[in-house]
Design a binder for this molecule. Structure first.
Ligand code: HEM
Length: 411
């Protein structure tokens, strides 16, 4: 039954719609009446079979698609963008070197290599350095007199430092890596005035920097993660260009996502003071997962059907694009009791904020959870009376649930 609440032409990836409110209230109606809905888009191109995509909004369906890569491929690009012509042909070729856009068996090969850098031991080894970083970031912010912007002063830095620590970027190079990363992710929002060309140039700079690192370590292996991933390429390690694209992927996947989880988490605490009191008192180990469910920093990713199939009774044709709306799935009342409540003790919490559990499930999840725990631990220790000092200003984006400014006071 078509969903009566939605006008024709309503597009869930329209930045003008998304940047006001996520999760969209329309999702609730859609989950009930039309959980797999065709969304026509006015200007299709770039080799897709259709000018539009299927919006998948129920938790069970998002999981199903994510765990069946043989039917729903990641190959044609996973980022869901409003107008397909943003993805030009030549960029599609480059995108194929990105883990997120690979299918098995290529994905399996690369993922097996790169996950050596994300073992529990590798993440634990970062913990003390990141704890000190989190503390230093919060101490510096606290020194402000009067209100300050939580996003630039607190949420931005730890995710970038974590990636830099992970791959061993030397201190003196971090400023330029941070600058490239930030420029690359500021695309849809005119306020940042970053052209697509400047974003692409920054991406190329990161790849070149990382390829250079890889080449050096191949010559002189050290006891670090880069050496582990690239040494002895013929024994099943990464080629230098594969490593370059992997670092690019980290700079995008691990940066803006975690930044927005931290910012939304802070806003959720400030607007739910009972939860903040609870956190300060008990520090529940379930907190970070609830923040990610609540924030769902990645609103949606997409897949492309490799064969005629069906989803929840709706026929899907080979070549159709399928949008996985994590932000809807994370509020599905079939799975979550009181889904619109922010409850840091929620357990179990099978949210899909890190993906639907298939082969692409977020590689950096443990690192992200650690970062969120450390930053809120530091805030609770050093500025427990933090207060909100203005409404958040939202990022204009087709697929990121972002906040670019959140004014707070801590004095
Ligand atoms: C994949 C979310 C932090 C690295 C993903 C996916 C999502 C996601 C939704 C796609 C899953 C799928 O398609 O099934 C998040 C969120 C984060 C976060 C919400 C923070 C709160 C990080 C961090 C890193 C990272 C810190 C690394 C430094 C990756 C990588 C992939 C990925 C490499 C691709 C995995 C693959 O294709 O096999 N993430 N992520 N993420 N994430 Fe994260």
């Amino acid at each position: 039954m078509p969903c009566p609440a939605l006008p024709d032409g309503f597009d869930f990836t329209d930045p003008d719609v998304l940047h006001h409110r996520v999760p969209l209230p329309e999702f609730a109606e859609l989950r009930r009446a039309e959980p797999v809905r065709w969304v026509a888009q006015p200007r299709g191109a770039a080799g897709f079979a259709d000018d539009g995509y299927w919006a998948v909004t129920r938790h069970a369906d998002v999981k199903y698609v994510s765990t069946h890569p043989e039917i729903f491929s990641s190959y044609l690009n996973t980022a869901i963008i409003r107008f397909n012509e943003h993805i030009e042909r030549d960029r599609i070729d480059a995108q194929r070197l990105i883990l997120l856009n690979m299918d098995p068996p290529e994905h399996t090969r690369v993922r097996q290599i790169v996950q050596r850098g994300f073992t529990p031991r590798a993440i634990r080894a970062l913990e003390e350095r990141l704890r000190a970083r989190a503390r230093a970031i919060v101490d510096k912010a606290r020194a402000h007199e009067g209100p300050f912007d939580f996003v630039t002063q607190v949420a931005c830095e730890l995710p970038l430092q974590a990636i830099a620590e992970l791959i061993g970027v030397p201190q003196e190079d971090r400023a330029k890596i941070f600058d490239w990363s930030n420029r690359m992710i500021a695309y849809d929002d005119p306020e940042y005035a970053v052209t697509e060309e400047a974003g692409a140039r920054s991406a190329a700079e990161i790849i070149a920097y990382a390829m250079n690192m890889a080449a050096e370590r191949k010559q002189c292996p050290a006891k670090d993660i880069v050496s582990t991933l690239v040494a002895a390429e013929d024994e099943g390690n990464l080629a230098s260009d594969e490593f370059g694209f992997f670092v690019l992927m980290l700079a995008v996947a691990g940066n803006e996502t975690t930044r927005n989880a931290i910012t939304h988490g802070m806003h959720a605490f400030l607007t739910h003071p009972g939860q903040w009191e609870l956190f300060k008192r008990e520090r529940p180990s379930t907190t970070a997962e609830e923040i990610v469910r609540w924030a769902t920093p990645v609103v949606a990713f997409q897949r492309t059907a490799t064969q005629d199939t069906e989803l929840g009774g709706t026929p899907i044709r080979k070549g159709d694009r399928v949008g996985l709306f994590y932000s809807s799935a994370n509020h599905d009342p079939e799975v979550f009791t009181d889904p619109d409540a922010f409850d840091i003790t929620r357990d179990p919490n099978p949210h899909l904020g890190f993906g639907g559990g298939g082969p692409h499930y977020c590689l950096g999840k443990s690192l992200a959870v650690l970062e969120i725990d450390l930053i809120f631990g530091a805030i609770a220790d050093t500025m427990p009376d933090i207060r909100v000092a203005g409404d958040p200003r939202r990022l204009r984006s087709a697929w990121i649930n972002g906040v670019k400014e959140l004014r707070v006071s801590a004095d």
